[in-house]
Ligand binder design. Structure first.
Ligand code: G3P
Ligand code: CA
Length: 393
């Protein structure tokens, strides 16, 4: 089922969030059981994917990073729902497994910082130290809990020192399973009259396969069950490990994105397999051509699009956007955040690292490079910047 690169469009249809909803309109209102309804229509994905696919998304596409994580504890249904309310085009999930093989939405298998697990004396003995992708971590890990046990925990803000307001919502939501998110997306799609796009990352896939908890087959089963396994389904699959994307390409046709960390880094599956290539090799034209043989896009760190100088200020854009587009790949870089601590030095305002800086100024620079979308913790800010950008076309 691996698909080759698709030709780069001259310019995709540009629709604002409201415009997209209007165009997709009532035809996307589906009966329960989207997958079956889809099959009944003859196998074409005219339901959840509306038969149009990722090339029809608004450009630039605003991807709600871990939901509306700038305003709510990440990877909760509250965070995902708020991102939709703000108008996000796509909602991101990171997936890790439980001991009994369920996929749950957490950025990491280490749940020490994003749940109240430390307040549960019954789980005190589960605290442990382990090596994950070569990094030693001490805490509590999803693979040591059954789903029933995980469901007794409550989610909380990851960075309360930076996002104090978000702690208002600590304890409000549980850890969602990916299946709950798929059902939620169906319900929201019916309620809002539009397809709900997801951007789903396999976390530490080689590590989990070594534990007998392979992610890709479980993910593919759920995608098939909910009709999101087709080339035009409203979902992107993403991973920092190219072999995870290659494995998924054999299981489903959903569009796929290879994530790229810093230029000097090596994907963990490359490390394990003795593949000497680094990200610097993957962003060459030859590396991008290789990616395009099994994926439709890349998700580079923003620094690969515009590097920073020694003082942390934005420099000159690289050739990555041009070279990736030449191979038919879209670009969804990560991660935009409003706070000074996360902005390039030339867009910080004042000395408080937790205060908002000139986020619009930074977004303008990034969007001007021609990227196709961006992961953002601040959906509303990114949407306004995207509207400013498209209004100039
Ligand atoms: O998946 C895109 C972006 O989320 C990658 O960074 O570490 O937040 O998952 P991370
Ligand atoms: Ca992610």
């Amino acid at each position: 089922m691996t698909q080759g690169a698709q030709p780069s469009p001259a310019r995709r249809t540009v629709l604002g969030a409201a415009g997209a909803a209007a165009v997709l309109g009532a035809a996307t209102v589906l009966p329960a059981g989207t997958a079956h309804a889809d099959e009944a229509r003859g196998g074409e994905n005219r339901g959840g994917g509306h038969g149009r696919g990722y090339r029809s998304l608004p450009a630039p596409t605003v991807i709600a990073h871990r939901g509306a994580s700038g305003y709510r504890p990440e990877h909760t249904l509250g965070s995902y729902r708020h991102a939709l309310d703000l108008g996000a085009h796509v909602i991101e999930q990171d997936l890790v497994p439980t001991r009994d093989g369920h996929l749950v939405c957490r950025h990491e298998n280490d749940i020490t910082g994003t749940t109240d697990v430390a307040d549960h004396p019954e789980f005190a003995s589960r605290k442990t130290t382990k090596s994950v992708d070569g990094t030693s971590l001490t805490g509590w890990f999803t693979e040591d809990f059954t789903l029933a046990e995980l469901k007794t925990l409550r989610a909380k803000e990851r960075i309360p020192g930076t996002r104090q307001e978000n702690t208002l919502y600590d304890g409000r939501w549980t850890i969602p399973t990916f299946e709950e998110v798929l059902r939620w997306a169906e319900e929201e799609g019916r309620r809002r009259g539009r397809e709900i796009w997801l951007h789903v990352e396999t976390k530490h896939p080689t590590y989990f396969r070594g534990l007998g908890l392979g992610l890709e087959e479980r993910l593919a089963r759920l995608l098939r069950r909910y009709g999101r396994h087709r080339a035009h389904s409203p979902v992107f699959l993403q991973s920092f490990e190219p072999s995870s994307i290659q494995r998924l390409a054999k299981l489903v046709d959903s569009p796929r994105v290879v994530l790229l960390s810093g230029a000097g880094s090596r994907p963990w599956d490359f490390v394990q397999a003795g593949d000497p290539r680094t990200v610097a090799d993957l962003v060459t034209p030859a590396g991008l051509r290789w990616i395009a043989s099994y994926a439709q896009g890349i998700g580079p760190t923003l620094d690969l699009v515009i590097p920073k100088d020694a003082s942390g200020r934005l420099g000159t854009p690289t050739a990555l956007v041009r070279d990736a587009h030449a191979e038919g790949l879209i670009l969804h870089p990560y991660t935009h955040r409003n706070e000074n601590a996360f902005l390039p030095a030339d867009f910080r305002r004042g000395t408080d690292p937790n205060a908002y800086g000139d986020s619009f100024g930074a977004l303008k620079r990034y969007l001007e490079t021609g990227i196709d979308g961006i992961f953002s913790d601040n959906t509303d800010t990114a949407l306004l910047a995207a509207a400013d950008f498209t209004a100039r076309d």
